[in-house]
Ligand binder design. Structure first.
Ligand SMILES: Nc1nc2c(ncn2[C@@H]2O[C@H](COP(=O)(O)OP(=O)(O)OP(=O)(O)O)[C@@H](O)[C@H]2O)c(=O)[nH]1
Ligand SMILES: [Mg+2]
Length: 339
């Protein structure tokens, strides 16, 4: 997932180290020249010369950065993070943590790269959020446990629902689906096709009917048949579409879901972050599913989306097959960045 970011991050850290080292070497070189001139002129006493050489040695092995020097070198990292879709506010957090770690501290030359990487790792530890355990939540939750999925058109809602059914079935949890996308042509058939393969029922009404009523019927069906989970598929909608957001609110009001999941595409980077925030403001979200992480080589959205919204990523979609879903694990993410 982080194909680009991993490489670029490595290069940026190394460039920062080289830049700091070069700056310090140039600074020291300049002072050496000045002293050489003084020596030539006989202005230097022998003891002073000795002390000075020692000081130079220290300054080439141990660095202390000031603010201006830090800002100069941070730009390289900022550029890489921006290019890889990391949100500005998240970059600022990385900046502040790194600044605290580096400015005014004595750092050995050989440990500079490690210090930068450690700071990045610590920052990711702070901003990424591990999700709740969905299986435990369902097992201990009320019956039926209702989950509604929403997001913009084509973000992967219906496919993700099928993957979640498969995931739950592996944990012996049964489901029923609500075809509450009564808007897009062929949406009901698409859901039914998945349901047939996965051997689960779909509760449906006609196209154009009220999606909240479909959800209501699916919940009633689950209650009657003692089915543990209801998964509600909804039509893709832009957060800026007031009518469709009202409709989404109605679906939530009628179904009173245990979980509201925002489904966004990892590949669209900051747009996914902004969408999640908008949906959270307007309908409220409990967690995020980032799809198409398999084709996202930058990975910025998965780094910033929880920091910006305060909501965990529950799953990453990593392909088109039913098994291509992964519970989000921040340790795994940090490890895959190879810091
Ligand atoms: N590579 C990849 N493709 C995915 C993933 N999730 C979904 N897709 C594909 O994305 C396309 C859209 O998926 P849908 O599930 O139909 O998306 P949707 O949000 O339900 O779309 P609408 O109902 O039209 O709003 C399909 O071709 C899926 O196969 C994923 O994790 N990785
Ligand atoms: Mg759909």
């Amino acid at each position: 997932m982080f194909k680009f970011l991993k490489e670029k991050l490595k290069n940026a850290v190394s460039a920062i180290k080289n830049s700091i080292t070069k700056n310090k070497e140039e600074e020291v070189e300049k002072e050496v020249k000045e002293v050489e001139i003084k020596i030539e002129k006989g202005e230097f006493k022998a003891e002073e010369k000795k002390g000075f050489i020692q000081k130079i040695r220290e300054r080439l092995t141990t660095f202390k950065l000031n603010e201006a020097e830090f800002e100069k070198v941070f730009w390289e990292l900022e550029r890489v993070l921006l290019e890889n879709n990391v949100a500005m506010a998240t970059i600022e957090k990385i900046h502040d943590n790194l600044q605290e770690k580096l400015i005014g501290k004595s750092i050995k030359k050989g440990e500079l790269e490690k210090a930068i990487k450690e700071s990045l790792k610590e920052t990711l530890e702070q901003i990424l959020i591990n999700p709740f355990n969905l299986i435990e939540k369902i097992k201990h939750g009320e019956k039926p446990f209702v989950i509604v999925f929403f997001g913009i058109n084509g973000s992967g809602k219906t496919t993700t629902i099928a993957k979640v059914v498969h995931f739950l079935q592996k944990h012996n949890i049964d489901c029923v689906l609500a075809a509450s996308d009564t808007f897009r042509a062929a949406s009901i058939e698409q859901l039914e096709e998945h349901a047939k393969k996965l051997k689960v029922e779909v509760i449906k009404h006609k196209y154009g009917s009220d999606p909240a009523a479909v959800a209501f019927d699916a919940i009633a069906h689950a209650k009657a048949r003692k089915i543990k989970v209801v998964l509600i598929d909804t039509a893709g909608r832009m957060h800026s579409n007031i009518d469709l957001m009202q409709e989404m609110k109605k679906i939530c009001k009628v179904s009173n879901p245990n979980l509201k999941l925002f489904v966004g595409e990892a590949i669209i980077g900051n747009d996914a972050v902004n969408q999640a925030q908008e949906f959270n403001d307007k309908v409220g979200i409990d967690a995020i599913i980032l799809t198409k992480a398999d084709v996202d080589e930058k990975g910025g959205a998965s780094i910033s989306i929880s920091h910006i919204t305060g909501k965990p990523i529950l799953f990453l979609g990593i392909g088109q097959k039913y098994d291509d879903i992964e519970v989000f694990d921040k340790k795994k993410i940090i490890k895959s960045l190879d810091l």
